[in-house]
Ligand binder design. Structure first.
Ligand SMILES: [Zn+2]
Ligand SMILES: [Zn+2]
Length: 232
């Protein structure tokens, strides 16, 4: 209440258009910029959801070369503009109230009704630093909506990895090797799963996590992310 009152008196400046934001739900992003966030409807890889230049091919080179363990990945929008800004405000500036409107955005993806929802985990160290796992907050909303169980005690992140951007496929595989692990594999055996993450950047994380889940006995694995990085 007080928070809302203060924001009416002293509106925050929208980081996208630099105008005062009076929308308490999405502040500091203003209502105009928020409403301008749109889903990506262009051509995309049918497997990993990667935006493609044309719809001549329906599977990207990486998915053709290295068949993914997941059924498919779908993302709401492109990692750009106000959506990119909103994710960074939520994740790095800890503006947790954005969790709900961002989750609502994510729920616009046609999400399959699986047995379980699993967020891409953070290492214990990262979790302590960041105080929350953004993917887990999205996963909670999704699990509630589809009536599935959220599983947090199975897929774990063992060590932090260097950013994947700028690495080639081989380097990415090396970088991610042994970064994730599975414990309590009985909780996912035979279960269909949706993996949840905020951004699909190179896909190395989701490819790796899906592989581990399948290897541990999970049924179909799908993944959804709020944003997908732009075409390279
Ligand atoms: Zn704005
Ligand atoms: Zn692909």
């Amino acid at each position: 209440m007080i928070d809302r009152f203060l924001r009416i008196l002293f509106p925050e400046i929208c980081p996208v258009c630099k105008k005062p934001s009076t929308d308490h739900v999405t502040a500091p992003i203003c209502a105009d910029c928020w409403q301008a966030i749109s889903s990506y409807e262009g051509p995309a890889c049918q497997k990993c959801g990667k935006p493609l230049v044309s719809d001549v091919s329906i599977t990207c080179g990486e998915c053709l070369e290295d068949e993914p363990a997941f059924e498919w990945v779908r993302s709401f929008g492109l990692y750009d503009g106000a959506l990119k800004e909103a994710i960074s405000l939520f994740k790095y500036y800890k503006i947790k109230r954005l969790s709900r409107p961002l989750s609502e955005m994510m729920l616009k993806i046609r999400i399959p009704h699986t047995d379980a929802v699993i967020p891409v985990p953070l290492t214990k160290k990262k979790l302590r630093q960041r105080e929350f796992n953004q993917a887990a907050l999205f996963a909670k909303h999704i699990a509630n909506r589809i009536g599935a169980k959220i599983i947090l005690n199975c897929l774990i992140k063992i060590r932090d990895t260097a950013p994947q951007v700028g690495l080639n496929a081989e380097e990415r595989r090396k970088n991610i090797k042994n970064a994730f692990g599975i414990v309590n594999k009985e909780v996912i055996q035979g279960k269909s799963v949706i993996l949840v993450d905020d951004v699909f950047t190179t896909g190395a994380t989701i490819r790796n996590c899906a592989k581990l889940l399948k290897k541990a006995g999970a049924g179909e694995v799908y993944a959804v992310t709020l944003a997908h990085s732009m075409r390279d």
